[in-house]
Write a protein that binds this ligand. Sequence first.
Ligand SMILES: Nc1ncnc2c1ncn2[C@@H]1O[C@H](COP(=O)(O)OP(=O)(O)OP(=O)(O)O)[C@@H](O)[C@H]1O
Ligand SMILES: [Mg+2]
Length: 265
Amino acid sequence: MKVTEVMTEIGGVAIASGGTAMNDDAILVTEDVRKIYRSGADSIVALEGLDLVVPQGQFVAVMGPSGSGKTTLLNCLSGLDEIDAGRVLVDGLSIHELSDKERTKHRARDMGFIFQAFNLIPVFTATENVELPLLLAGVRVTDARLRARETLERVGLGHRLDRRPMELSGGEQQRVAVARALAGKPRIVWADEPTGNLDSEMAVSVIDLLGELHDEGLTIILVTHDPAVAAHADRLITVRDGRLVEDKLLAGPDAREVREEVTVA
Ligand SMILES: Nc1ncnc2c1ncn2[C@@H]1O[C@H](COP(=O)(O)OP(=O)(O)OP(=O)(O)O)[C@@H](O)[C@H]1O
Ligand SMILES: [Mg+2]
């Protein structure tokens, strides 16, 4: 079976030409998304005609040159940022048509975020950092504490619960950030260069962790510059000048050659 056939079979193919997507098990569907940044007289088209269908549970890596629109894609598709045209459906819900309050609630309930700069709060302990979004989402204090601890144990930080970010290594800090993204039991995790600030050993441990979570059914959309990181994904999409220029399936036996090609690149 050809890679394209496998992709069609699992519904993981981007529909860019008005075809009908197999959306039944899609967690994320984007339709002709456009994003323009305007500053003064200048305007930059950061996303153009973006059509993408992501099936539930898929691990998608996003690559592309600096300035190509990867962070914009993540921000716009997750609803962190507004779009100028098109639609983004998460579980069939058009997220940009929700009120700010509804969108925030949806995000808190269903999405986790991991950024390159870990964005931890320096005066808070690891537990408090993981707890915070749970509390903001309305989880009860005792439940939030319990869940924060459990999730930190899950990422191998059970012995670091009361440390502040400064007292942790870079890899440990990133694992706190991963725990923070996961504690709310999200259905999609969005990660922007989550290993960019880590040495290769720590990067491997964060990627292994994401791989485990993916095995448990989590949908992951991950931006990376590192082909070795991208090779862990099921699918690799490439963005250039705000457009999706390539879409390859990396998972499954028929995709082995593609995966090797990515790893070697
Ligand atoms: N807030 C903003 N205002 C104006 N232009 C922006 C803004 N954010 C990004 N851009 C521009 O939009 C384009 C896409 O930026 P984006 O941050 O999405 O790129 P990227 O692919 O994530 O790059 P990198 O790999 O360097 O992180 C770039 O030309 C950038 O300069
Ligand atoms: Mg970026």
